[in-house]
Ligand binder design. Structure first.
Ligand SMILES: [Zn+2]
Length: 299
């Protein structure tokens, strides 16, 4: 008699973008109260979750992405890190994808929040990716290293976990940190795209190869069921919420207009989707899972 399953098999999904392969790596999920969704009446936000058959409090997926290009193996964000109950699955999923941490030569950060930098260090506090160069927007680096910004954070626990955590995580990569500004080619096939608001230097990464494109858009949304139809809905942790709304609308419009596929850290696995604009609102259309082989010439 086969044993009844008690846990999922690995959360790994490969997606070709021209000659590049992007691998979605699930890090787990986090439950958080709906009060973390702001600038929309609570009862409306909760009703939208219920109408979408989603749990309340909200269950938010956490993903990271690998970019396999001709000459780079890059990890985009690092998940929440070790020793947390429902997250921290990135190392196991990386192993399931057949990748050893020391093979990763590049880490690209969308921004410095704990669910993105937590996995930069292992349980001993050492760099989890010992050979990687770490790329981040200069504005993002500067904000989290600003004593003035840290002093302005009145919540002491958050100051420690956000500012302290960001600084300690990056310190493990000292001498290997590269900053960029605006739209910059990080390496062939990958260009940074400023998407500020959630944090001051929040950035996406456009992956482009052989006429195909995929935008890894970081934390443009955390609760798709609410923030796609109502882009004005913000997260309580947004550093610059008004700018964040502008950025969200603009990138939604662009993705819809250009039929651009997007990948998001907090979209549901495998976290790839398209958007359609309907007046002032938008619709998220998750990409269908594909079992097709990824080799050249495969059908
Ligand atoms: Zn996040």
């Amino acid at each position: 008699m086969p044993t009844r399953p008690i846990r999922q098999v690995p959360g790994v999904y490969h997606r070709r973008v021209g000659d590049i392969v992007v691998t979605v790596l699930n890090d787990g999920f986090q439950d958080a109260p709906m009060t973390s969704v702001v600038n929309i009446p609570q009862d409306e936000a909760v009703a939208m979750m219920r109408a979408a058959f989603r749990p309340v409090p909200r269950r938010t997926a956490v993903q990271a992405f690998l970019i396999h290009s001709a000459d780079r193996l890059a990890l985009v964000d690092a998940g929440c890190g070790p020793a947390k109950p429902t997250v921290g699955k990135l190392p196991a999923n990386l192993a399931a994808a057949g990748i050893r941490p020391e093979e990763i030569d590049t880490v690209l950060m969308t921004h410095l929040h704990p669910d993105h930098f937590g996995g930069l260090r292992d349980a001993t506090g050492a760099a989890a990716f010992p050979r990687a160069e770490l790329h981040i927007a200069a504005e993002e680096y500067d904000y989290w290293h600003s004593d003035e910004a840290a002093a302005a954070e009145t919540d002491k626990a958050r100051r420690k976990s956000f500012f302290g955590g960001a600084r300690a995580s990056l310190a493990a990569y000292e001498g290997r940190i590269r900053t960029f500004s605006g739209e910059a080619e990080v390496f062939p096939g990958v260009t940074s795209l400023p998407l500020p608001g959630h944090t001051p230097g929040h950035s996406g990464y456009m992956v482009e190869s052989a006429g195909e494109r995929l935008l890894i858009w970081g934390d443009i949304i955390h609760v798709p069921e609410v923030q796609v139809p109502r882009p004005e809905a913000c997260m309580a942790v947004d550093v610059l919420p008004t700018l964040g709304i502008e950025t969200r609308r603009a990138i939604f419009e662009r993705a819809a207009r250009e039929r651009l596929t997007v990948a998001g850290m907090h979209l549901h696995f495998p976290a790839l989707a398209n958007l359609r604009q309907e007046g002032d609102s938008f619709l998220l259309l998750p990409e269908a899972w594909s079992s097709a082989d990824l080799a050249d010439g495969a059908t």
